[in-house]
Design a binder for this molecule. Structure first.
Ligand code: PMP
Length: 390
């Protein structure tokens, strides 16, 4: 038998040979549109800080005040000693923001997805899951005793076909990302919810990338389409600018999850200071029509310019802009050229995206300045010509 490290090295070497080896980069500054990465100044087009709140002074001040009063950790699960008035306050705030009866905090969006999907659908049920759903939804489905059936990405005809094929299951749950993290597409929730009503299915939406971004008041895909899914999941780690996840829905749903979701019951409660910062973030978002407008105008400018240059750009009008390069090595080469020019935008390759669809995944924030955007576009023009891509 090999020593453990030897055996693991063999695996890592295979990962390296396949060009899929991953490593971390060190950010030497607070999250901003321009940051020091591994000691080099880079304009960042790959963060989820869509409204620039991760470094917003109002959030920092809110966290600071509570940090001094409550300390740094909660020191217990919510059902033992970890539940504070700040957990209560932020849950009430999420519910009012998402316009649901109640909400429940989890330590991350990942754990919220896993918690919901491993708890609600039971043996004898079926989960209908979009092909491009986030890894945490997939992992939740794997933990569930229900069967999972995958439908083609945002293909409502295929979803209907699969609803017809699964009529014999006890209950049916449709689960989808609101905005898809690699393609920037928006799930057609209006059509999905009318299908769900027609076929007596429940709807679960992971609004990680839509919360704070879509809808007139930033409430997410529900507001964007004017619909009410049964379960809304979200994260604080993107537009809200902090950390943590949540589920929003009816009082009964929340009570059920509080009593049954293992990723809620057995996790330590979030630090109260982060609850306070998230509370402040939701207040800022409620007042931030201008930040959302700026974000939309930044996205429009980049998308239209790249399309005019001849690039293949996927997705709807969201802060996630996938620029398709095709070949994985060319995508990596492109990303490296961008980095040489001081722009940080990683290449995304299979298996994260389909073969032939390797891409530069740009994410845009309201904090990107016109100068930063113009420079990004100049670099795309230059590198595209240099590498004969477009
Ligand atoms: N859902 C989606 C669609 C995501 O993109 C992410 C984060 N990458 C998550 C859930 C997980 O959220 P968190 O970072 O809070 O764990």
């Amino acid at each position: 038998m090999l020593e453990l490290d030897e055996w693991l090295c063999q695996h890592l070497n295979k990962t390296k040979e396949a060009g899929l080896y991953r490593k971390v980069r060190t950010m030497n500054t607070a999250p901003r549109s321009t940051m020091l990465i591994d000691g080099r100044r880079q304009i960042v087009f790959s963060s989820n800080n869509y409204l620039g709140l991760a470094n917003n002074q109002r959030l920092v001040t809110a966290a600071e005040a509570i940090l001094h009063e409550y300390g740094v950790g909660s020191s217990g699960s919510r059902l033992t000693t970890g539940h504070t008035d700040w957990h209560h306050k932020i849950e009430e705030k999420i519910a009012s923001f998402k316009q649901t009866e109640a909400a429940l905090l989890f330590s991350s969006g990942y754990l919220a997805n896993v918690g919901v999907l491993s708890t609600l659908p039971k043996e004898g049920d079926v989960i209908l899951s979009d092909q491009l759903n986030h890894a945490s939804i997939i992992d939740g489905c794997r933990l569930s005793k229900a069967k999972t059936v995958v439908y083609n990405h945002i293909d409502m005809d295929d979803l209907e076909k699969k609803l017809n094929e699964t009529a014999s299951y006890k209950r049916r749950f449709i689960v989808t990302d609101g905005v898809f993290s690699m393609d920037g597409t928006i799930a057609p929730l209006d059509q999905m919810i009318s299908l769900a009503k027609r076929y007596h299915a429940y709807t679960i939406v992971d609004d990680a990338h839509a919360t704070g971004v879509l809808g007139k008041n930033g409430r997410g895909t529900s507001e964007y389409f004017g619909v009410r899914p049964d379960v809304v999941i979200g994260t604080f780690s993107k537009a809200i600018g902090t950390e943590g996840g949540f589920v929003a829905g009816s009082h009964v749903l929340i009570d059920f999850l509080l009593n049954n979701a293992r990723t809620f019951i057995f996790q330590t409660a979030m630090p109260p200071a982060i609850c306070a910062a998230s509370y402040a973030a939701l207040e800022v978002i409620e007042e931030s029509y201008d930040k959302r407008q700026q974000l939309v105008s930044n996205v429009e400018k980049i998308k239209t310019s790249l399309i005019e240059m001849g690039y293949l750009v996927k997705g709807d009008l969201t802060p996630i802009i996938p620029v398709i390069i095709g070949d994985p090595n060319e995508a990596v080469g492109f990303s490296e050229k961008l980095q040489e020019k001081g722009i940080y935008a990683p290449a995304i390759r299979p298996p994260t995206v389909p073969e032939g669809e390797s891409r530069i995944r740009l994410t845009v924030t309201s904090d990107h300045t016109a100068k930063e955007i113009d420079y990004l576009l100049e670099c795309f023009q230059f590198i595209g010509k240099e590498l004969s891509i477009k």
